[in-house]
Design a protein around this ligand. Structure first.
Ligand code: PLP
Length: 361
């Protein structure tokens, strides 16, 4: 078999090897059907089974009740920046947004086209190096919903627990940490997640929406933009990304086989902690860029003593098979993404490399 590298890409990101091999086995002819998944009708019996299983497995993983619909749409998390306000803001036409990074800013930009956006909290003045405290939030009890970003992919911060928002529906962009641990879905009105960070290939966005909120979707919306239409048609209003949904379904099974999200979370904690612990022991050579209590388990952001060393380590790492550790262009430094599928042995190998680099530089 071909050798694989250690892939620290922020997204599209690493997938479980078991899933890739499983898909490879069935790629040419899916379970003796004589066709690839990509070549068969989305309304046929085989794909119908695949999407129903993906739905059922996701419900099992997160303990999602029948009062929620699951949709597998297209347009990425980016289209959700528009669909969320278009569907959920009326009739009050005002919503609260907690802004903790670049993705939240983009969500605000689209929401402002629909109605009034109240910035209920932001850490922009701290360059998004922390998550706001509950006491800092200025929530409007009459808002249509409160939107937050559970993990800030670019800045490397993550909410330890959801903001408390009373009876106002909570909406979450969970694109870069969906399924990294179990959450109480009942606390949420809607969760959306682009698949390409933690759950599958690009081109699919998973939406978990409480059914009573679907009544807010107006008939005057463009049809594809309407959650209620997608829910009534069980994702089949138009041709969905069949192959992407199939792969996401295999990832759900991989998580279930592992023992579920509590096991996954334990692994994620161990993996992130060895790296953060090493950084903290390195005497400011590898310096974390965000508040310790808000550090992300998925995207570890750090800086070296100067930019020359950062350029050098990225180059040397790449030559050694550690790919994708360059920080986002807006932040600089290094960003090491260690999503669910990333193996702990890869983190340990990276730390050994970082030790050598520090000794030699
Ligand atoms: C990557 C990302 C997005 C954008 O996802 P697309 O699929 O490119 O639209 C939005 N929010 C967060 C938190 C992300 O990490």
């Amino acid at each position: 078999m071909e050798k694989r590298i250690f892939n620290f890409s922020a997204g599209p990101a690493i997938l479980p090897e078991e899933v890739l091999l499983d898909a490879q086995k069935d790629f040419f002819s899916y379970k003796s059907s004589g066709m690839s998944i990509m070549e068969m009708s989305h309304r046929g019996k085989i794909f119908d089974g695949i999407i129903k299983e993906a739905d059922a497995d996701l419900r099992k993983l997160l303990n999602i009740g029948e009062n929620y619909s699951i949709l597998f749409l297209q347009g990425g998390a980016t289209l959700q920046f528009s669909m969320v306000p278009l569907n959920l803001m009326p009739p009050k036409n005002k919503a609260d947004y907690i802004v903790t990074g670049a993705w939240a800013e983009k969500a605000v930009k689209e929401a402002k086209r629909v109605g009034t956006v109240n910035i209920a909290g932001t850490t922009k003045s701290d360059l998004y190096t922390r998550i706001p405290k509950q006491s800092e939030l200025k929530l409007d009890p009459d808002a249509s919903y409160v939107h937050f970003t559970s993990n800030n992919t670019i800045f490397g911060t993550q909410w330890r627990s959801e903001p408390e928002v009373g009876n106002v529906p909570l909406v979450c962009d969970a694109s870069s940490d969906f399924l990294h641990k179990s959450i109480d879905v009942n606390k949420y009105g809607l969760i959306y997640a682009g698949a390409q960070k933690n759950i599958g290939p690009s081109g699919v966005v998973v939406i978990v929406v409480r059914k009573d909120l679907l009544e807010r979707s107006s008939d005057t919306l463009h049809t594809y933009m309407n959650y209620k239409v997608h829910a009534e048609n069980e994702t089949m209003y138009n041709t969905p990304n069949t192959f992407g949904i199939y792969i996401a379904g295999l990832v759900f099974k991989w998580l279930l086989n592992m023992g579920g999200l509590d096991v996954m979370y334990k692994r994620n904690l161990e993996k992130a902690n060895v790296l953060y612990d090493y950084m903290d022991e390195s005497g400011d050579y590898y310096k974390g860029t965000v508040a310790k209590e808000d550090r992300s388990l998925m995207n570890v952001c750090l800086r070296l003593p100067n930019e020359q060393l950062e350029e050098k380590i990225i180059k040397e790492a790449s030559a050694k098979g550690f790919s994708g550790i360059k920080g986002h262009r807006s932040v600089g430094g290094l960003r090491v993404s260690i999503y669910n599928a990333f193996p702990k042995k890869g983190v340990e190998a990276l730390i050994e490399f970082m030790k050598d680099f520090k000794k030699n530089n």
